[in-house]
Design a binder for this molecule. Structure first.
Ligand code: PEP
Ligand code: MG
Length: 763
């Protein structure tokens, strides 16, 4: 390691100093050098730490205690970690280094309050993603507490989790160092994080999350923050979601922090004005342009002053980058263990956790690879934590595929044998684009992150054909809205209901109808609030009986030979009127609350009489059926054939559910991997049905849309636009590319029309 000073001030730090100051310290120095408002700071360098170890004779004792440690033995790991931390804490910092730290501290001001943050670094691989494994101490004041906090940051390099992680990543403990950033603590009134570009699509949309108090509340996820979306193309705040903010983190007296309740006047008040959003987004763009890659920033505001506290590259765009050769980073050792369908793009590495039932799901750890026969709604909490998902069964429209796309988690489905071939604890890499699972961990990803951002940056904002988005989990609503979609073309409520883990009948039998209605209305409202003024089509329940069986109340579900053709969708609601009534009540309350943009969509409709009866029942429950938006899914060929009769019965819209329409047209089970190769969205019979239906809808001026998976395929989108579809609804990850393809297709069609007029007129 080169000879470097013990202390570097912000003014002195350059990006080449990462080995001395870590990624965090280097980024602060960089931001300071380009004029961003960074609170004053200095760094106790990694070399200072190593000299501390050397001069105090601690080094050999420390590293010999960690040598030959089997990190898979939990007790041994904990013991080694405890000893190492105690050792680092027990040795006094040499006086000359103490003096330098105290001098640098004094240079920051008169006994200032500071934040003391770890900034880990490795000799060969600077800032090797050790984020979150070392500690931060906020609200530190005075020499004594400062020196102690620095030493505690050093000791945190030997936390059990950090030792384990390094060992699994193949890092020698001796090669890993730690710098400590000491920075003036901004006593922020409000603070949060921002993504300088859209984290999934790479569009030039800055997404800002903020809440009251210190930013830790937002960073740690302990509050639901406000969300603001700023579009750099139009220079406007295009979306805002004001959350109910219940708590904030504030400095606690002379040391540490505490959580306090937020008063009623601030609870629902917006954290940021439009001017502040714009200013923050501008700072974010400066950082992004400087680094040449979208950034994830932390910010804080006190009075009229805005500060940028941290900046690091967004990693999700990297994983969302399409068409990247696996060899360029995803391939682990290169040996493919299993193959399936790439159902949710991105690359994830981690340890295999096989989930056979809900007990296993409870044991899944953050960053694992969840491997299951098929996922089900019980597993959603575990699915939120993992780095990737792999299933034996299923196709592009199965539960695992839909949920993982919405969570932005890479997924491979339909591998047939992942649960038998992969071993628990085995390190693997999942390529959700190509549908491959490799042995080992991916190497460092190639620096190609801008690809997606530049592809979509020029996409036109407005298309004549609306491009909407599909949502299944209310928690994905803000991500969905941040795509700039023209509304929600399908909100599947069954994920919300199945997530409650009790069947609707359970609520009815146990006298808890009100609870069910409230849960449903609340979940739907989250999505409506994310799309103010834009149409949101919410589909009534469409869960096959087998999905209900494991839930409380599911004991009475009938065993059906073929649940896909069974008691689901509108046919069940019309027979089980109580179940339908509860759903209708939730919709009714939302319409009465003024959500005129809410539309209701009926699934699995096969005859206009079903639609007529549904309307009649709703009218009986007090819904003004002629003045609300009601429509149907076209997913059974019968409903396509009879579309004119449906229009005459009063539907306001029809939406192709191609996932089912394809299986019912060509008799191929959509979830059966054995016939997956026969599942052809562009089968001529399917295209003919769609074409005929669009024509009839156009004739009557009824909106005709698509919300099945085929609407997320650019080629299919092009075909649909050419054939006159009024809107498309795509998965969150596909909205940008679909909008791009729709715009190009529309422009090509206009150009071709103009050319043929010119040719006809002989111009
Ligand atoms: C469809 O069938 O295309 C559809 C969107 O519904 P689901 O996938 O929920 O059956
Ligand atoms: Mg369907």
């Amino acid at each position: 390691m080169k000879k470097a000073p013990d202390i570097l001030t912000l003014e002195e730090i350059k990006k080449e100093d990462i080995p001395s100051v870590g990624g965090k310290g280097a980024s602060l120095g960089e931001m300071f050098s380009i004029g961003l408002p960074v609170p004053r700071a200095f760094v106790v360098t990694a070399q200072a730490f190593r000299r501390f170890l050397g001069e105090t004779g601690t080094e050999e004792r420390l590293f010999s205690g960690l040598a030959n440690l089997n990190v898979d033995e939990n007790a041994a790991l904990e013991e080694a970690s405890r000893k190492a931390r105690e050792l680092v804490l027990s040795v006094p910092i040499p006086p000359h280094l103490q003096k330098k730290i105290k001098d640098a501290y004094r240079a920051l001001g008169n006994d200032p309050v500071v934040a003391v943050r770890s900034s880990a670094t490795a000799e060969d691989l600077p800032d090797a993603s050790f984020a979150g494994q070392q500690e931060t101490f906020l609200n530190i004041q005075g020499n004594g507490d400062l020196l102690q906090a620095v030493q505690r940051c050093w000791a945190s390099l030997y936390g059990a989790r950090a030792i384990y992680y390094r060992s699994k990543q193949g890092f020698d403990d001796r090669s890993v160092n730690i710098a400590v950033v000491v920075q003036i603590l901004v006593r922020s009134e409000k603070a949060g994080v921002m993504f300088t570009s859209h984290p999934v699509t790479g569009e030039p949309l800055t997404i800002i999350e903020g809440s009251w108090g210190l930013g830790e509340a937002v960073v740690s996820g302990s509050v639901s923050p406000d969300k603001y979306v700023y579009d750099h193309r139009s220079g406007r705040v295009v979306d805002r979601l004001i959350a109910q903010k219940l708590e904030m983190i504030v400095p606690d007296g002379r040391k540490g922090t505490k959580v306090v309740k937020i008063g009623p006047d601030q609870e629902k008040a917006p954290v940021l004005s439009d001017a502040e959003v714009k200013q923050l987004a501008t700072f974010g763009k400066i950082a992004e342009d400087h680094y040449g890659i979208p950034q994830d920033l932390e910010w804080a505001v006190t009075g009229k002053e805005i500060f940028i506290l941290q900046s690091r590259p967004i990693t999700t765009i990297k994983s969302a980058a399409k068409g990247k050769p696996a060899a360029a980073g995803a391939a682990g050792t290169g040996k493919v263990l299993v193959e399936g369908q790439g159902a949710s793009p991105g690359i994830g590495s981690g340890k295999v956790a096989i989930v056979r039932d809900i007990k296993d799901a409870g044991r899944v750890q953050e960053g694992d690879i969840l491997v299951a026969k098929m996922t089900n709604p019980d597993m959603v909490p575990a699915m939120r934590k993992v780095a990737a998902i792999v299933t034996d069964e299923g196709g592009m429209t199965c539960h695992a595929a839909i949920v993982s796309r919405e969570l932005g988690t890479p997924a491979v489905v339909g591998t047939k044998k992942a649960t038998s071939v992969l071993r628990p604890g085995q390190l693997v890499t999942v390529d959700g684009e190509k549908g491959l699972v490799y042995e080992g961990k991916a190497g460092p990803a190639p620096a190609k992150e801008k690809a997606v951002a530049t592809v979509v940056a020029g996409a036109p904002l407005i298309t004549a054909t609306s491009v909407k988005v599909n949502v299944s989990l209310p928690e994905a609503a803000v991500r969905a809205a941040a795509t700039g979609a023209d509304g929600v073309g399908l909100l599947r409520i069954e994920h919300l209901i199945l997530g409650l883990n009790k069947t609707p009948m359970w609520y009815i039998r146990n006298g808890k109808e009100e609870e069910f209605i409230t849960e449903l209305a609340t979940g739907i409202r989250v999505v409506l609030d994310a799309f103010p003024g834009k149409p949101v089509w919410v589909r009534t329940l469409d869960a096959p009986t087998d999905e209900f069986r494991n839930m409380a109340g599911g004991e009475d579900e009938p065993h059906e030979h073929n649940p896909m053709l069974g008691w689901r969708g509108i046919r069940r609601d019309l027979q089980a009127a109580d179940q339908f009534r509860l759903q209708v009540e939730a919709f009714k309350r939302l319409w009465q609350a003024g959500y005129a943009n809410l539309g209701m969509m009926f699934p699995m409709v096969s005859h206009p009489d079903e639609f007529i009866l549904a309307k009649k029942m709703m009218a009986g429950w007090g819904v003004d059926v002629e003045n609300v938006t009601l429509g149907i899914m076209v997913e059974i060929p019968a409903s396509a054939i009879l579309i004119e009769d449906f229009i005459k019965a009063g539907i306001r819209f029809a939406s192709f559910g191609t996932n089912d329409l394809i299986q019912y047209t060509i008799a191929v089970d959509r979830n059966n991997e054995n016939v997956a190769c026969m599942y052809r969205p562009k089968h001529p019979a399917v295209l003919k049905i769609i074409d005929d239906t669009i024509r009839v809808c156009r004739r009557y001026g009824v909106e005709c849309s698509i919300c099945g998976q085929a609407g997320s395929d650019p080629e299919m989108a092009e075909w649909l636009v050419e054939h006159g579809i009024s809107s498309l609804s795509a998965n969150i990850d596909a909205v940008a590319k679909i909008r791009d393809r729709v715009a190009r297709t529309e422009q090509r069609m206009i150009l071709e029309a103009a050319r043929s007029i010119h040719a006809r007129e002989g111009v």
